[in-house]
Write a protein that binds this ligand. Structure first.
Ligand SMILES: [Ca+2]
Ligand SMILES: [Ca+2]
Length: 62
């Protein structure tokens, strides 16, 4: 919706399952060539703060 990739597991919704999937792939995502689309707070790093951002986004969708 804002150029960032929020539907991590590709089920068409942004919810707690995506937060969980992001956490599970925290070590894989930085190796991905498009990792910046997962950098929700745009500080150049894939980290726990990005999970928090995703969590807040998914919570406001309902
Ligand atoms: Ca999803
Ligand atoms: Ca970040």
């Amino acid at each position: 919706m804002n150029g960032l990739y929020e539907d991590i597991n590709g089920d068409g919704m942004c919810d707690i399952n995506d937060v969980s999937t992001y956490f599970s792939n925290l070590e894989w995502i930085p190796a991905h060539e498009n990792s910046r689309i997962f950098d929700y707070n745009k500080n150049g790093q894939i980290e726990f703060d990005d999970i928090v951002m995703l969590s807040l986004q998914s919570g406001s969708e309902d």
